[in-house]
Design a protein around this ligand. Sequence first.
Ligand code: GAF
Length: 383
Amino acid sequence: MDIERLRKAFRDVFQTEPVLVKSPGRINIIGEHTDYNEGFVMPAAINKAIYVAVSKREDDEIHLYSESYQASYQSSVAAIEISDLGWANYVLGVADQIVKRGYKIAGFNLYLDGNVPLGAGLSSSAALECATAFAIDYLNDLQISQMDLALISQKAEHVFAGVNCGIMDQFASVFGKKDHAVLLDCRSMEYEYIPLKLDGYKFVLLNTNVKHSLADSAYNKRRLQCEQGVAWIKMHHPEVNSLRDADLKILKDYVEPKDTEVYQKCKFVVEEIARIQQAAAALKQGNLVALGELMLATHEGLSKEYEVSCKELDFLVNYVKNLDYVLGARMMGGGFGGCTINIVKDEEIDSLIATVSTLYSKEFGLTLDTYIVETANGSELIA
Ligand code: GAF
């Protein structure tokens, strides 16, 4: 990202000097749909980020400009409302949450740019929320803790984007650390950085370039199905507060008889929470083969049991899963499109990309975008 170009673009639009905030997108190595079930996740921030250039205004107006959409939007702190512009909502939603928490904030100018591919499941929206939260905090000297900035950003997504997401994406965008994955306990919010030793391998993302329209509604539905399962268990085991507390026997006894579909969804989550612990142990031992096998098992569960994959994602995973130079592969994020994450041997990356791109476009008539990603630090102000 050309920081000087961004500063100049901001000055051209707003005629004043900006402050810059950078918030990264994320990958998730393992632990899918576990965050809103108080389980664990293991994401890492990546070297693709959203950048916002901002300045404080003398009045209470909010002026936004998006480089990618070449569009502007205007509002005011006193009258923040959900807009028709998706990108603006992520900014407005964060400002709204900060105001709702009782903070006094001034109007601001914000210029949005970045290189996180949009709609690819790399959390461009969470990154924009976090960048906005950091920016408003800085401009108004609010001194909100980093954890609260992540939680504010998550809440903004619930209210202004209508997706009842967990905390993983915003957490990763704030707390990511270069060369590390973060193992986060989404119940206690305690976390541990695990060094990523990929010796000779890299994370390669294959972007299907599809985002099926049911993604957001299906996400919210899965969340409700998990809550339904917990409610049935709770009638017999009041101490169970989330699927984190359940085991397979409890699910068989109290959820399967009620609804086999809900049972299947809950079963995936309980098994996935267990897999993350094994994956963390494998990563700590540098056992990428074991980690890769767990990733494939996750994909299988997401596709067959949790039913959040799609034919494009399954095609990509099926193609690579028997290649000996690809250690792990799975769909990543909420599902119904976006990217697969693959652990691929350095020397084979170029030829894999060439082959799989050709096969993908032959099969679906779509271009496959590919990214070799590195990990990065979390959100930061750029002087
Ligand atoms: C999306 C959500 F935003 C996350 O909170 C998480 O639930 C993920 O889907 C699935 O693991 O990225």
